[in-house]
Design a protein around this ligand. Structure first.
Ligand code: ADP
Ligand code: SF4
Ligand code: MG
Length: 375
């Protein structure tokens, strides 16, 4: 685990998450561990399908339900059996390891405010979700209600968690205006009465960020917050996120496959492929002198201008990652990158490397880290 000097907001330990599917269990997240400190932004960076969104869904307590009720697979007898087995195991506090059979859903630990969220009941989760832990989902279009104005939708987040009816109308309005201002929506007095269709995609995205912020959460998870908008607007959204983070001393988990987004926003970053975090550390270090072959290959496949200069100086080649990620329904005995890694040896294909802390706060999942050429 990452050791921390500061206060820790979220600590994820040996997290596993499997979907049920027509092809069998999809191992989306494999033994992932990291933590997010107070006021810090941690990034999850990696290729599509690496398991980033699945981690977010696990933290939000939405993974199991989403997988269990997925329309295309819910009716299958085998999947019903697996979920019944999972329910039974959960009641008895047993895991896949205890049963010797891979179970669907989330396993491991997600520590937040002294509680392990993996063991939390849905009733308790509902109090946290949208209040203390909030989510800016991937892609805006489906997330906002087209029939309701921005004021109603954003204020509803506060009302929904006001179980004891303690909030006053003026308090909600004050917080609403502050929050819409914080994400720089502009003319908020007038624009709060408008519907999502009257905003640009970039503005809708900032409304979603406002909805995730209005409760002043301890943790905000933003999933690909800039993919739906054009490049010009991306920076404005990222600026808004940073201002808010500093203003509210918020901890954030930011998911992206864009190096620029991660570099601009994150203090530390975990690099993901095939459900594993393969490298974790200070963002500058990980992006500027990556130690893991996957990180190197992934950055090389879409290099920044600065990196292109460096690559040319060193006489290296710019190229994509060869081959495809492994099939997540199959269990590979070795390193998750072994089928595509130019440094792979027999041990890499036979044994999963240990997730090691190479230096303080710098973690690597690779057998051959010490032997790799410098970058
Ligand atoms: N509802 C689902 N049912 C089955 N498999 C899924 C489902 N959603 C995602 N997956 C699979 O889980 C893996 C991780 O996906 P995801 O967490 O969405 O990755 P990322 O966010 O990094 O792109 C991928 O192999 C993906 O195809
Ligand atoms: S363990 Fe082996 S295959 Fe995996 S990244 Fe390291 S060198 Fe490559
Ligand atoms: Mg995703």
């Amino acid at each position: 685990m990452v050791t921390s000097d500061g206060e820790v907001t979220l600590k994820v330990e040996n997290l596993r998450a499997c979907y049920t599917s027509k092809k069998g269990l999809v191992k989306a997240v494999n033994n992932v561990s990291f933590e997010v400190r107070k006021g810090e932004t941690v990034g999850l960076f990696g290729e599509s399908g690496a398991g980033k969104t699945s981690i977010a869904l696990a933290i939000l307590g939405m993974f199991d339900d989403l997988s269990r009720h997925h329309a295309s697979t819910a009716a299958s007898e085998e999947n019903k059996r697996l979920w019944a087995l999972k329910d039974e195991a959960r009641k008895k506090g047993l895991t896949s390891e205890d049963l010797g059979e891979d179970l669907p859903g989330v396993e491991g630990h997600i520590w937040f405010k002294g509680k392990d969220l993996v063991t939390l009941e849905e009733k308790e989760y509902r109090k946290l979700r949208g209040d203390e832990i909030t989510y800016v989902p991937q892609g805006t279009t489906k997330s906002l209600n087209p029939y309701s104005n921005i004021e109603e939708q954003t204020a509803e987040v506060l009302w929904a968690h006001d179980e004891d009816s303690e909030l006053k109308e003026w308090q909600v309005m004050k917080r609403l205006l502050q929050t819409l201002d914080l994400v720089e929506l502009g003319d908020v007095d007038i624009r709060k009465s408008m519907k999502p269709s009257q905003f640009s995609v970039g503005e809708d995205q900032r409304v979603l960020i406002a909805m995730a912020l209005i409760s002043h959460p301890a943790l905000m998870i933003a999933d690909e917050p800039t993919t739906a908008v054009d490049v010009g607007l991306q920076n404005r959204i990222l600026d808004a996120i940073q201002i808010v983070r500093d203003e509210l001393d918020l901890s954030m988990l930011l998911i992206s496959n864009n190096q620029g987004t991660i570099a601009k926003t994150c203090d530390r970053v975990g690099v993901m492929t095939a459900g594993h975090i393969v490298e974790f550390g200070d963002t500058e270090r990980v992006l500027n002198s990556p130690g893991h072959p996957f990180t190197r290959a992934f950055i090389m496949s879409n290099p920044s201008m600065e990196l292109i200069r460096k690559i040319k100086e060193k006489g290296l080649r710019i190229r994509g990652i060869p081959g495809k990620p492994p099939d997540p329904t199959e269990t590979l005995p070795g390193c998750p990158f072994s089928e595509r890694c130019e440094y792979a040896q027999d041990i890499c294909r036979e044994k999963l490397p240990e997730y090691r802390e190479i230096e303080e706060d710098y973690w690597i999942l690779c057998h051959r880290y010490d032997e790799l050429p410098e970058w």
